[in-house]
Design a protein around this ligand. Structure first.
Ligand code: HEC
Length: 314
């Protein structure tokens, strides 16, 4: 049964050409008030779900590719999840305005916590890595999934991704979109980089172990970090890793095509450039594709520099 959705509307800011196409910044702005369908208590990791069935072959363009730590799939293999199976998990309806084209839309979402519970995955897994068609990536650790209640959008106005983009929206946000909203969990408003938890155009999810995929940032120069370096590392993981890959095989998106060593060298030898670039890339490169981070304090930028500079050759 579906609960009636409650409407909340906030004006959408004018189209910002710098707004990265893959980011759905407006989940943050819209007051997506909602009623939970079914029990109001967060299901989080309570009961294991019915168990999602993954296929060895792709059958539809809207299948979600799943890789990583799966009990019945050899490492390196890909399994496919049909949209219909995903959409059959418990759903909640949200009403949002100005996000998927003009006007108000009703979206059906599946909380990532329910998806995570139903996913056939190794017990040691603790992180979901979302990768997008344009090389953007987003990191969802299990505690984040539990505490901030991110959700997968499975329908917009009653239509699944096979019928997207919705009328009025030029860019197809599909096949999959993940969002977080302060209307679902108020603490989302306090996240430093909530925008990085709202990827569009997700084509694949990797079931991962954090300590394995990000090992590169916890050894070598980062084995005994100062408090500032720890804080800088958190900033990197929460934002920069969406587009930039770390050293060796440390996970990150591929949209930012600059080598990690180059950014480390900037941090060590030209920190003012690095910090100004991070705040507003278009000050340097009018056509920059990197998104601005004007909300970082001087202290946060210093921490980012402290973290990155450790990787620069001495
Ligand atoms: C939305 C994707 C994206 C995110 C997020 C992102 N970057 Fe970038 N970054 C890029 C791209 C793409 C470039 C290449 C130049 C351009 O288009 O801006 C770049 C370039 C850079 C450069 C310039 C290197 C040079 O050649 O001079 C630095 C430094 C940098 N990024 C650091 C960071 C840091 C630190 C963060 C996290 C706070 C970050 N980036 C987050 C995409 C991103």
């Amino acid at each position: 049964m579906r609960a009636p959705a409650v409407t909340g509307t906030l004006p959408r800011p004018a189209d910002d050409p710098r707004r990265p196409a893959h980011l759905s910044l407006l989940f943050f702005a819209v007051a997506a008030l909602f009623l939970l369908s079914g029990a109001a208590a967060p299901a989080a990791f309570a009961a294991p779900g019915p168990g999602l069935r993954l296929a060895a072959e792709r059958r539809a363009a809207t299948d979600l590719a799943v890789t990583g730590l799966m009990p019945d799939a050899p490492r390196g293999s890909t399994r496919y999840l049909a949209w219909a199976d995903l959409a059959a998990l418990p759903r909640t309806r949200l009403k949002i305005a100005g996000e998927f084209g003009p006007g108000e839309r009703e979206v059906a979402v599946v909380f990532l916590a329910d998806f995570w519970a139903a996913l056939p995955r190794d017990k040691s897994s603790d992180t979901l890595l979302a990768t997008c068609a344009d090389g953007y990536a987003s990191v969802f650790r299990a505690d984040f999934i539990r505490d901030y209640r991110p959700f997968l959008v499975v329908e917009i106005d009653g239509r699944g991704p096979g019928e997207w983009p919705p009328p009025g929206l030029k860019m197809n946000p599909g096949p999959y979109v993940i969002g977080v909203s302060a209307a679902v969990v108020p603490a989302v408003a306090d996240l430093v980089d909530a925008g990085h938890k709202r990827p569009w155009r997700i084509t694949g999810l990797e079931i991962a172990r954090f300590s394995e995929r990000f090992a590169g940032f916890y050894r070598g120069p980062w084995a005994r970090p100062s408090a500032a370096v720890v804080a800088g590392r958190e900033l990197w993981l929460g934002a920069c890793a969406s587009c930039h890959t770390g050293p060796a095989d440390t996970f990150g998106g591929t949209k930012g095509d600059r080598p990690f060593e180059l950014m480390a060298a900037h941090a060590a030898h030209n920190a003012p450039y690095l910090t100004l670039y991070v705040r507003n890339p278009t000050d340097f490169v009018p056509t920059a594709k990197m998104q601005p981070h004007p909300h970082y304090s001087d202290r946060q930028l210093d921490e980012l520099v402290a973290f990155l500079a450790l990787a620069a050759p001495k």
